[in-house]
Design a protein around this ligand. Structure first.
Ligand code: MOS
Length: 721
């Protein structure tokens, strides 16, 4: 059995992604997007498109497909073609359906759009004067809040008390999830029931959104996504491709496939918002933090549907008597913004952990020592202590492993390279969501673990088999995990780093139930162990010195299988502790003395993330996160021009690291199972890997060059002497 179950299928091309499904009679849809950032569509001429070769039909806001705005777990999700307002460049405004993709694409290019154009606001900096208070954070905290020590009247007073104060403004770029699999869907209706094949982060969530959007009965929507080519938050909501494929397939009564082009993915899906963040830190000369102020501005699309919440997590990092945070949003004519891996924490930690490094420099203090001196025992303003926190151990192990003792305040040189080391703290809340899982014991001595969910590359599929095997006390090779189908019980959404804790807890409950049922069956009248005291171990029913495997027992009583559905949800534990994963990020950069290019030559992350179920997929998750942190620090940024057009909406211009950009990545876990949080003891690893990494890179660049860059990505021009 491979240590990563989906590995062989993926590397041999046998894994079937949404767009790999081809059905008899299937038509192809190509979307049309707006070429202005703000205005009203006056007319759309579809005549040429409709008469182009192979075209079956074309749709626009004047000739729409029937879709309603769903309002589910994520709130409202925008659906296309329902009104004539354009609020960003690249907004989906039409669909052409033809016999082939090429025919649909060619015809889509002939659609004539007449706009009444209005001025567009596309720059975060230009939009600052129109900033608005953001809605409350995900835990319900207000957008502006302060905690002050007795006798302190304002955060300014606390900061003025100094004596050491650093204050600076940081900014982070717009990013696209850039998942390898573009958003796509194949939809087919059969007797009023819909099946949609579309990569997504939770099959049942996609089914719920489609149910509402199409105004049909929940039982008539079946969402299938066994494999997902990357998601990262960008496939949490149902995609425009899925809404349009489903609606067009209904209108035409034939299967429809819609695949976005890479360029369309950059605007017709969603992005991570650009941010501007102002931080002030006040400390005593021994490094004790006396005051923290963090004010953030996040770009938001005109419908204000998502704010990148960079200030709120600052409550969690450090102990201080005085804290003030604010979170503002700046509505712009930009593509939708949404969750992206470590939403809030990733860009927020760039600012905070850069500022901490600046304070360490101002204090002439080691940055790890400064962090540990102010280590938090609970989130500020919340009295519940962390269930466990081993950050100090992460830093101790990391420093030893990375050779931190060799660091000097001004780096060192190696030939033509200026070499520096940087570090940062990583945190991500340990969360879980309600989840249900069905565990089935079959009469061939195998078992099945099924939940709707998705594995967008996280390793959840493998984790299901491992937790299932452990809970049933049988080898993992005998457990078949099933995932990515809304027909299974709802659970296992891949979002918020919750998959293992949520689905895992439900598996343990379902397994205990199915074992109870097995034992009841074993001792029931007419069964092999009738009337006996029975127990279960090792996949076998035991009684009176005799044993039978569950398969044998089921065969004996003429049952093909028995199953139980177990459910689990967050509960009482939330009133007792605060929960988070923690990590210490380290990196070494080399900045070339003459070309000023920056290379990350080594990095290490040491994490306290609870119990690690599967070493390989956990390590891979963290490596992916850390590389994304480097990418945020040195590569990624979607450049939106004044007219709203993204200048680099392709994988040539939107820079992502390749193997040559990433050398040595080392990951280590200190393993403290957190059974206060959930019975599995896992705390979540999907997102924390990228938190802090961009700051670690920027801090290392400072150490190497003495140049403090307060925005990401850091480019060559920033490092010219
Ligand atoms: Mo992800 S940003 O946890 O959907």
């Amino acid at each position: 059995m491979p240590s990563r179950l989906d590995g062989p299928l993926k590397v041999t091309g046998q894994a079937t992604y949404g767009a790999d499904n081809n059905l008899p009679g299937m038509a192809h849809g190509c979307i049309v997007v707006s070429t202005i950032a703000h205005g009203e569509i006056r007319a759309m001429d579809l005549t040429a498109a409709r008469s182009a070769p192979g075209v079956i039909d074309a749709y626009s806001p004047f000739d729409p497909l029937d879709l309603r705005t769903p309002n589910t777990l994520f709130g409202e999700t925008w659906v296309p073609l329902q009104d004539k307002e354009v609020t960003y460049y690249g907004q989906p405004i039409g669909l052409v359906v033809a016999e082939t993709y090429e025919q649909a694409r060619d015809a889509a290019m002939t659609v004539e759009v007449t706009y009444h154009e209005r001025p567009a606001l596309t720059s975060l900096r230009d939009g600052l004067p129109s900033a608005e208070d953001a809605p409350p954070s995900r835990d319900g905290s207000p957008s502006t809040m302060a905690i002050l020590a007795p006798g302190v009247s304002s955060i300014e007073d606390a900061l003025e008390a100094g004596p050491v104060v650093v204050e600076a403004t940081y900014s982070t770029a717009t990013q696209n999830h850039a998942a390898m699999e573009p958003h796509s869907a194949v939809a087919v209706w059969d007797s009023g029931a819909l099946t949609v094949y579309s990569g997504n982060q939770g099959a049942n969530l996609q089914a719920m959104e489609l149910t509402e959007a199409l105004n049909v009965d929940p039982s008539s929507v079946h969402s299938v996504n066994p494999f997902v080519g990357g998601a990262f938050g960008g496939k949490a909501r149902t995609s425009v491709a899925a809404f349009l494929a489903a609606a067009a397939a209904r209108a035409l009564d034939r299967p429809v496939k819609v695949v976005l082009s890479r360029e369309q993915v950059f605007t017709a899906t969603a992005t991570r918002a650009a941010t501007i963040q102002k931080i002030a830190l006040g400390a005593a000369t021994d490094g004790s933090l006396n005051a923290i102020r963090h004010d953030s501005w996040s770009a938001t699309p005109m419908d204000r549907s998502f704010v990148e919440p960079t200030s709120h997590s600052t409550r969690e990092y450090y102990a201080t008597q005085n804290l003030a945070i604010s979170q503002k949003m700046v509505p712009l004519n930009i593509p939708p913004t949404t969750f992206m891996r470590a939403p809030g924490e990733a860009p927020g930690s760039f600012a905070l952990e850069s500022a901490i490094d600046e304070l360490a420099v101002a204090l002439n203090m080691d940055p790890i020592e400064l962090r540990m001196k102010n280590d938090s025992t609970a989130p500020l303003g919340k009295d519940l202590l962390w269930s466990g926190k081993h950050l100090e151990e992460c830093f101790r192990i990391g420093a030893a492993r990375f050779g931190w003792a060799h660091r000097t305040p001004h780096g060192h040189t190696d030939g033509d390279w200026l070499v520096g080391l940087g570090t940062a703290t990583a945190m991500f809340p340990a969360l879980r969501f309600p989840a249900s899982v069905e565990v089935t014991l079959r009469n061939d001595d195998t078992a099945e673990v099924a939940t709707s969910g998705a594995d967008p590359g996280t390793g959840l599929l493998t984790v299901l088999s491992l937790v299932g095997a452990e809970s049933l006390d049988i080898p993992p090779a005998r457990v078949t995990p099933r995932l990515g189908d809304s027909a299974f019980p709802p659970g296992g959404m891949s979002g918020g780093s919750t998959g293992t804790a949520s689905a895992g807890s439900a598996i343990m409950i379902a397994a205990a139930q199915v074992i109870d049922e097995l034992l009841a069956l074993a001792s029931s009248p007419g069964a092999p162990f009738e009337g006996l005291e029975v127990s279960y171990a090792d996949g076998r029913v035991l009684a009176d010195g005799q044993a039978m495997t569950f398969g044998e027992l089921l065969r004996t009583v003429n049952r093909s299988s028995i199953s139980a559905i177990g459910s689990s949800a967050p509960g009482e534990e939330l009133t007792k502790h605060s929960f988070s994963s923690f990590g210490a990020q380290f990196c070494e950069v080399r900045v070339h003395k003459w070309t000023r290019e920056t290379r990350v030559s080594r990095m290490l992350g040491v994490f306290d993330a609870g119990r690690i179920i599967n070493a390989k997929t956990a390590r891979s998750q963290i490596i992916g996160g850390m590389i994304w942190g480097v990418s945020a620090a040195l590569h990624e940024g979607l450049e939106i021009e004044e007219n709203g057009r993204p200048a680099n909406a392709d994988l040539a211009g939107y820079l992502l690291p390749v193997n040559a950009d990433i050398s040595d990545v080392d990951v280590h876990f200190v393993e403290y199972p957190d059974t206060l949080h959930n019975t599995v003891g896992a705390k979540g690893i999907g997102e924390i890997g990228m938190v802090g990494m961009a700051a670690a890179v920027a801090n290392a660049v400072y150490n190497a060059t003495g140049i403090r860059v307060r925005h990401i990505p850091i480019v060559i021009e920033d490092l010219l002497p």
